[in-house]
Design a binder for this molecule. Structure first.
Ligand code: KIV
Length: 266
């Protein structure tokens, strides 16, 4: 595979070919996903839960994110690397610039920020300074306390139209990618059609431009009950390599996600 860039993702959106994204937190897993066809690796702050045993992503620090981004960049072959800005890492503009700098210097190609149009000034500044951004809308795990738990977002007409407006404003401010987590299938389709930038979904139905899952979830390694949108690709395959390849072909050929993995409006 050749190096995946923002241009590659724009071309994929344009052509209708689905984008594949999985998380990785270390060099071995980065090599596994990158050498088996994954276009985007997300160094997600979900590492707080899956690597550090935390009960939320809130305690994950910028130092944690930098450490794992460095590890992933050493194992990566040619995937685009997207690293999460940790909780409150962009609450103050100056701090956001410093944190984005350290993540880019650790190997990130894109910085992912959780939040809506209040982030427009920061997205604009990052873009003007040459730092690509991905904005995470819908269920934003860093603000789980404010959301009163891990719930589907945008189920009623008012919150759905607010999310569409946020997506458009963030694109105008310079955002390069959107991630939509746990939103009804129809809303995800509307947002994907409303913006020109690639939209990657998790629990957002089949109509976004791409799909992302937490690697440990899709390898069936996560203890306890999995969220509805997860599919265990190890259940039907013999190796982690085969599971990643099956994820890629199922996403590309429209076999994943299925209706049972999605959510619907009230
Ligand atoms: O941190 C993470 O892994 C994420 C995905 C769930 C999209 O943000």
């Amino acid at each position: 595979m050749t190096q995946t860039t923002l241009h590659t993702l724009a071309d994929l959106k344009q052509s209708g070919e689905k984008i594949t994204c999985l998380t990785a937190y270390d060099a071995t897993h980065a090599n596994l996903v990158s050498s088996n066809g994954i276009e985007v690796i997300l160094i997600g702050d979900s590492l707080g839960m899956v690597c550090q045993g935390l009960s939320s992503t809130v305690p994950v620090s910028i130092d944690d994110m930098v450490y794992h981004t460095r590890c992933v960049s050493r194992g990566n072959q040619d995937s685009l690397l997207m690293a999460d800005m940790p909780f409150m890492g962009c609450a103050i503009e100056e701090q956001a610039m410093v944190n984005a700098t350290t993540l880019m210097q650790a190997g990130a190609d894109v910085i992912k920020l959780e939040g809506g149009s209040w982030l427009c000034p920061i997205v604009k500044k990052l873009s003007e300074r040459g730092v690509p951004s991905c904005l995470h809308l819908g269920l934003t795990p860093q603000t789980v306390s404010m959301l009163s738990g891990y719930r589907v977002q945008g189920r009623d007409a008012a919150s759905a139209s607010r999310m569409i407006e946020d997506a458009c404003l963030l694109e105008q401010a310079g955002a390069n990618i959107l991630v939509l987590e746990c939103v009804p299938t129809q809303l995800a389709r509307d947002i994907t059609e409303a913006v020109n930038i690639p939209v990657i979904g998790i629990g957002a139905g089949p109509d976004t431009d791409g799909q992302v899952l937490v690697l440990y979830d899709m390898l069936g390694m996560t203890a306890g009950k999995s969220p509805r949108f997860v599919k265990n690709f190890m259940a039907e395959t013999a190796s982690p390599q085969a599971a990643v390849t099956a994820f890629v072909s199922d996403v590309k050929e429209g076999r994943f996600p299925e209706a049972e993995h999605g959510f619907y409006s009230v």
